[in-house]
Design a protein around this ligand. Structure first.
Ligand code: FEO
Length: 615
């Protein structure tokens, strides 16, 4: 018997659920099942978006017949040719002789690879930007290669402002009667599975996922229809915000994810001690025994937490087998932007720590905290101070004060919002090491004294320019003006110089110290030589003598506030959110008529006072 769900007046879900599947793609456990979504648009023409997996093919065909209500099927849009969405393709080609398959050229090649079907005469090939008018509706095709296969495309219905997003914005878990994310407590009950789905299925392709988000931001979206999991019709920004973090490999929460592999419990004991001492310092911890918890769960947790600690025994002169699998999985999923601590155990020749480090070193922007903490068989009392040093180093690598607008329960209150009342400028800091030029955006430059003429700069240790200044002790400051375009911030602020020549093709000149500076949208250039450095945890503070300084224009300097008010683009997703409030700090959008007084931004943790109504 059919079981369909109405999405809009013109759109019906004709998919199906599978709760008997043990391992999705043969590797990811799906204890709560999985849904295969297919949508039928009934316009002057009838249009089906993808099919389903073979496990639920029969139910899907019944659903489609019911939803068509005697009409022919005019178009099948194949957005993703992976068999969990295309198992009924041949059924439809045979069963609906007038149906046209709409797909891109890559998809057609995949159809021919998976099936012995001569369907050229039945195919309409589309490419980026093409449209299909079906009567009232106009469908726009947007290529989304590697989210999660190379042929993937998504479709935007500009009439009802619906994004058919293929694998993007999907989730593990069968649909249990509810079709829309707003019908359930998604954050509490489903976000973990959405993260596990993203990290494991799409996680490797963050660049491509971000590219899709950028393209989608041009559309006015009121609903997202993915191929797995819930349809989004409210609070779209909550899942889009998560995708923005995940696709750029930025952590969601400060805290340490501890994963350990232990044969006789002694490595586990070291991990437990680490967790307890971190908690003593108020640092959040989660723990996983990698021999018990599925790697997909731990990969998802690694995408969530800012710090990762790995504790592994040495086994066959290498890393314990389950830990080795986890580390391989993490590197395969392109984990980056994390701080990492390592504990190794070895009764006679410990090697696991160094081997784990060797593998993670190849990932982008991994900061190792402390040396490998090495134990022989078990932790000894004499090593507790060394453990304490590791804990201190981890604690020091967190912001000194956790970002929170909650009042502390102690006698000292810190209203974090007060720190945002400080004013800052915006600068390009540049350095040169050997033949390598590099630069990044900083907001902390201050003149300290006039005689001698000295300045300080503060810079995050994660920046490659930080290391170059630390090594060479010289730098330039280009003072940005109010005319500076956002592209300068994108170029110098969002791209790492570790693997990019940021000055390549850029209009730049050199000062007497040989270091590059920006001549455009800059009103002054200051060269300086470092005389002192101060380790401030996540940042270093450099005190420097000014060695050269000149003015380029009389245009006002850009302040941090000016940047937010006039340069940084306002959030464009979702444009459909006509009523709501936007966070002035991080641009998170809360949808609704009334912002609760005690509302806390889920991204930057600022309170309701930092939100303003959407324009
Ligand atoms: Fe659900 Fe990439 O397929």
């Amino acid at each position: 018997m059919h079981c369909i769900k109405r999405i809009t007046d013109d759109l019906v879900w004709v998919g199906a659920n599978d709760r008997r599947l043990a391992m999705f793609e043969g590797v990811y456990s799906v204890q709560d099942g999985v849904s295969y979504n297919s949508y039928l648009l009934t316009d002057e023409k009838t249009v089906l978006f993808d099919t389903v997996d073979k496990a639920v093919r029969q139910r899907f065909l019944e659903n489609l017949t019911e939803a068509l209500n005697g009409r022919a099927l005019d178009y099948l849009i194949v957005q993703h040719m992976e068999p969990d969405h295309s198992a009924a393709l041949i059924d439809l080609i045979d069963g609906y002789p007038s149906m046209t398959v709409v797909c891109n050229a890559k998809t057609l090649a995949f159809i021919k690879q998976f099936h012995d079907a001569d369907i050229d005469s039945r195919v309409k090939i589309v490419k980026e930007g093409d449209t299909l008018n079906t009567g009232k509706h106009t469908l726009h095709f947007v290529m989304a290669p590697m989210v999660h296969w190379p042929e993937v495309m998504v479709t935007y219905d500009s009439t009802d402002r619906i994004l058919f997003s293929a694998d993007a914005f999907g989730s593990f878990g069968a649909l249990n009667g509810a079709m829309f994310a707003d019908e359930v407590d998604f954050d509490k009950d489903y976000m973990d599975e959405a993260r596990r789905y993203y990290a494991n299925i799409v996680g490797k392709y963050g660049v491509q996922a971000k590219a899709l988000l950028d393209k989608a931001s041009a559309f006015d979206i009121s609903m997202i229809c993915p191929l797995h999991g819930f349809v989004w019709r409210e609070k779209l920004q909550s899942i889009i915000s998560k995708y923005l973090l995940w696709s750029t490999y930025l952590p969601e929460e400060n805290g340490v994810m501890i994963a350990y592999a232990s044969v006789y419990g002694n490595t586990e004991n070291a991990a437990e001690i680490l967790a307890c001492r971190l908690r003593d310092k108020g640092i959040k911890t989660v723990m996983f025994d990698v021999s018990v918890t599925a790697a997909s769960e731990i990969v998802a947790a690694a995408f969530k937490w800012s710090h990762l600690a790995f504790a592994s025994t040495t086994y066959n002169a290498g890393v314990f087998v389950t830990m080795e699998a986890l580390i391989n999985d993490l590197t395969a999923h392109n984990i980056q932007n994390r701080s990492v601590a390592i504990i190794e155990n070895g009764s006679w020749a410990a090697t696991s720590g160094g081997l784990i480090r060797d593998k993670l070193e190849k990932c982008k922007n991994i900061t190792f905290i402390g040396d490998v903490f090495s134990i022989k068989s078990s932790v000894k009392k004499a090593q507790l101070s060394e453990m304490e040093s590791l804990v201190d180093a981890l604690a020091d690598s967190f912001p000194t004060v956790q970002v929170s607008s909650e009042k502390t329960m102690d006698s000292v209150e810190i209203d974090f919002n007060s720190l945002f009342k400080l004013s800052y400028g915006l600068f390009v800091l540049s350095a040169k090491e050997g033949s390598k030029d590099n630069g990044c955006i900083i907001n902390t430059v201050m003149q300290i004294t006039e005689k001698p003429l000295r300045i300080t700069i503060g810079i995050n240790k994660a920046n490659h320019t930080h290391d170059m200044v630390m090594n060479t002790k010289e730098f330039n400051i280009s003072v940005l003006t109010e005319s500076v375009p956002f592209s300068v911030f994108e170029h110098f602020g969002f791209i790492s110089g570790r693997d990019t020549d940021k000055f390549a093709g850029y209009d730049a000149a050199r000062t007497a110290n040989g270091i590059r500076y920006l001549p455009g949208h800059v009103n002054a250039v200051i060269s300086a030589k470092v005389i002192e450095t101060l380790d401030c945890g996540t940042h270093s503070l450099f005190l420097a003598d000014v060695t050269q300084a000149f003015t380029l224009s009389g245009e006002p300097s850009a302040t941090y506030q000016y940047y937010f008010d006039n340069i940084k683009p306002k959030p464009s997703l979702p444009k459909a959110a006509k009523r709501g409030f936007v966070c002035k700090i991080c641009a998170y959008v809360y949808e609704g008529d009334v912002l609760p007084e005690d509302y806390i931004c889920p991204l930057c943790k600022h309170g309701a006072e930092d939100f303003e109504p959407l324009q």
